[in-house]
Unconditional design. Structure first.
Lengths: 340, 327
């Protein structure tokens, strides 16, 4: 049930379930997550904290730690160079997955402050990615690193190579992080809330930079965020995640103009807009709180907070998925909503 | 960076000066001065010594000067390696110590190398395989090493190596080499004899270092930069050595100074038990005989070694962690 796009797919995730294993039981953290991203396309994965979006991102690179593991599903990567593999079938360690990480898929994280080792130079940490993946000498790796630093807009890129992370501002560090993730020209960039820790003006610059680089390098971006403003600015398509499931997917326009899942609607209503201040429209917070993952609600996981839930059906069975292609809704009202 | 090191060097010199003052006070604190001891010895020999003669000796030796003048003279002489006369050995203190200083340094250095070489890999292993059998075993052995007093371990190891390896233990050389000129065989003999003292001195420190290294690596393993390096395609071993271990060495390096203190202060007892020809037994005897010139010089040297060790650990720290250069 992967959704199609207009572009050749770089990544096809289908029915990805991640579980947390304890001593004797396992808890589903995500269930049947499916999405695809094409070349040059940005998919925003949107959800509240604890919805499973970051865990999904980590699973895409086999970076799940501790007791978390992929319990079922496929993650098919088709890189621009033609390489293809089901990452879900690769182990957490080993040559194959290591050759993908950093080379065909890059990742940037929320905390640019802590994403670099404090005791190694920026240049060493970027050049290392090149030497790990490619058979090039130190000099060439350094040259490539400086080239990328220039590309992400760091002034005096050659000088910056020999500087330490603490000598950089947060915004500069995130730029350097992007350079590190892109230095080997990955087909997919996973950006896990890359601007959350930055102030607003820097946020805008980083988003512009990512858009520019995407157009220039033709990679796909999985952009994880809870900020709908960023979604509107960055994304081509949106997947809304709630309590471990993707409840609705669609283009940015479809999601913002005609949200079809009650959770998406609630999410949009909970965001203040500039015009609202004059009209004195109240922001509607979503009633209730995120379900406890250890005791998730039965049936549709959103039903206890849902204004349009049908009892007892919504609490008994998992809702069907309606729609096709890039427009899907997991809700019993889905069919009617999509037809509206 | 140069500024940081210059400032540390200044601190080091200031501390050395302070320690020299303390050493001088200790020498002076013993009852009586050299003139009185001299007079007592003459009196024992049957000679009659008048108060005027004692005063004359005092004046000759500068003992009638105020303490700071005496201290200045002592310090100036000490700087040239002249620590006065040892009356038990009837030789210059400097010469007595010079015979033993190289061996003392050899033991201290070998012990430090042993501690670090053993504990760093074990500490890393314990952190990476936390709560595994190996981790628990390393902890257990480490704690045993920490709990067993040095002198007891020395005696047990002496017995074992005598009984099972037929090695002459005690001392640093087998009888046939002790007076022989330096040769390859003599060096080998020395190294063999170093094993027991190094194990004895190093074991308890090793326990501490294993725990410190384990905690330091554990602190680093969950850091964001480790995940981000992993996401760049490093293999687990590359990742471990290049990032968490490298960074965990920073706190370990900073304790080098204390470790040296520990080895040096533990050395005298072990030296006596194993009858090593190092500074340990010399120090103990000088205290027992109230040979204060010798004792003072030894105290000063022990302290100086520690202070220099601390300075070296600062240098190492600066080399390992660029953030410290900022200061």
């Amino acid at each position: 049930m992967s959704m199609s796009t207009d572009h050749p797919h770089v990544i096809d995730v289908s029915n990805l379930s991640i579980s947390l294993k304890n001593d004797n039981n396992s808890i589903a953290i995500t269930r049947d997550v499916s999405f695809s991203i094409g070349r040059g396309e940005v998919l925003a994965l949107v959800g509240e904290s604890g919805s499973g979006k970051s865990v999904t991102a980590l699973a895409l690179m086999q970076l799940l730690g501790g007791n978390l593991s992929i319990s079922s599903g496929q993650i098919v990567l088709t890189a621009i160079d033609g390489y293809s593999a089901d990452i879900a079938k690769l182990g957490r360690n080993g040559r194959q997955i290591e050759a993908i990480r950093g080379a065909r898929m890059g990742m940037i994280f929320q905390e640019p402050m802590s994403s670099f080792s404090p005791v190694h130079t920026i240049g060493a940490q970027i050049a290392e990615v090149v030497t790990v993946h490619e058979d090039v000498g130190r000099k060439e790796a350094r040259r490539r690193s400086a080239e990328l630093l220039a590309k992400v807009g760091i002034p005096d890129p050659v000088g910056a190579l020999d500087r330490y992370p603490y000598e950089f501002s947060g915004g500069m560090r995130q730029r350097a992080m992007i350079a590190r993730a892109l230095v080997c020209g990955p087909s997919l960039l996973i950006a896990d809330e890359p601007t959350t820790a930055l102030d607003v003006t820097i946020q805008g610059q980083i988003l512009d930079l990512l858009s520019k680089l995407k157009d220039e390098l033709g990679m796909a971006i999985l952009f994880i965020t809870h900020d709908l403003g960023i979604v509107a600015q960055m994304a081509d398509r949106v997947a809304i995640m709630y309590a471990g499931s993707i409840v609705e997917t669609g283009s940015v326009r479809e999601i913002f103009r005609r949200p079809s899942h009650p959770y998406t609607r609630a999410l949009l209503e909970a965001v203040p807009r500039l015009g609202d201040i004059d009209e004195r429209r109240r922001i509607n917070p979503i009633a209730g709180s995120m379900p406890n993952l250890f005791e998730p609600p039965s049936g549709c996981r959103f039903h206890p907070r849902c204004p349009v839930a049908v009892h007892p059906r919504c609490s008994l069975e998992r809702p069907p998925t309606f729609g096709s292609g890039g427009r899907l809704v997991e809700c019993i009202h889905g069919e009617a909503e999509l037809a509206r | 960076m140069t500024r940081f090191l210059m400032r540390r060097l200044a601190y080091t010199l200031a501390t050395l000066l302070l320690v020299s003052l303390v050493s001088f006070i200790i020498i002076q604190a013993a009852p009586g001065d050299f003139a009185e001891i001299y007079a007592a010895k003459k009196a024992d020999a049957g000679a009659v010594i008048s108060a005027a003669q004692i005063a004359e000796v005092r004046r000759e030796l500068g003992l009638d000067q105020p303490w700071y003048v005496q201290y200045g003279t002592w310090l100036a002489n000490a700087a040239r390696g002249d620590f006065g006369q040892s009356w038990t050995w009837r030789r210059p203190v400097g010469a007595v110590i010079a015979e033993r200083l190289p061996l003392t340094l050899a033991i201290a250095f070998a012990t430090l190398v042993f501690m670090y070489v053993v504990s760093i890999p074990i500490g890393v292993y314990s952190a990476v395989r936390r709560y595994s059998f190996g981790d628990h075993a390393a902890s257990l052995i480490g704690y045993l090493g920490l709990a067993i007093p040095n002198f007891l371990l020395a005696l047990v190891l002496m017995y074992l190596s005598q009984r099972y390896f037929g090695q002459s233990v005690g001392g640093l050389f087998s009888p046939q080499y002790s007076l022989a000129p330096w040769s390859w065989e003599k060096l080998q003999d020395l190294l063999q004899h170093l094993i027991v003292p190094v194990i004895v001195l190093g074991t308890s420190g090793t326990a501490f270092l294993i725990r410190a290294m384990r905690a330091a690596v554990l602190d680093e393993l969950d850091r964001m930069y480790v995940l981000s390096a992993k996401a760049s395609g490093l293999s687990p071993m590359q990742l471990l050595l290049r990032y968490p271990v490298r960074i965990a060495l920073v706190p370990i390096a900073s304790t080098l100074g204390w470790r040296l203190t520990y080895v040096i202060s533990g050395a005298p007892i072990v030296g006596v038990v194993l009858s090593l020809p190092d500074m340990g037994p010399l120090f103990l005897n000088s205290l027992l005989n109230q040979d204060m010139q010798l004792a003072g010089a030894l105290i000063f040297l022990y302290c100086a070694l520690t202070i220099i060790g601390t300075f070296l650990s600062d240098v190492l720290l600066v080399a390992l962690d660029p953030r410290i250069r900022l200061e």
